[in-house]
Design a protein around this ligand. Sequence first.
Ligand code: DX5
Ligand code: ZN
Length: 217
Amino acid sequence: MKIAPSILAADLADLASAVKLCEDGGAQLIHVDVMDGHFVPNLTFGPPVIADLARRTRVGFDIHLMVSNPEALLDRYLDSGPAWLSIHHEVTEEPGRLAARIRERGAGAGVAINPATPLDELLPYLEHLDFVVLMSVVPGFAGQAFHPEVLEKARRLRALVDERELPVSIEMDGGIKPGNLNEVAAAGVDVAVVGSGVFAADRPVETLVALRRQAGE
Ligand code: DX5
Ligand code: ZN
């Protein structure tokens, strides 16, 4: 399993250092939380901020769009050339078309679901995705407590993906710490997003290295 550090939990006045820290800790993917103050109560990074940050590193970005209108914003976030980009199932009528657009622009296409959203809702279009994000907190803020019931969703999705031999990765996002990392990996998750577990630690680079080792990355 890979660890994708989430820069939402970093010192937001020093994002360039946050990206450098991810790189120094060997991250293969950097998770970037985009919040619009509407789909979620918090408000974060616009496309120009992400584009400037992306120029500071060769590590791929995993942009997580927590916005009500992904149709309107998608292309501007794709301009920064992310490795992966996810939109939320809860706010789109046409996930298949948006996923196709993401892929057309050269990124891996993902759909995220909130803890309360049933997995069954995305199964009809699963084969059009490169990854699924299982939210293990209600999106909006870093530093919230993990919802353990989401592990069952991961186990079910793992079984389905394996059975259908789909090239779909499973990402889990929210509340992941050293104490629950093994359970997350055992549930079949491919990418664990870790925000405060890295950035609130006393020694973030060493912590990221240790988490990656624990995850067998
Ligand atoms: C929550 C975000 C998460 C968050 C993770 O809305 O989508 O990516 O940054 O942070 P922690 O690991 O602190 O829960
Ligand atoms: Zn996220």
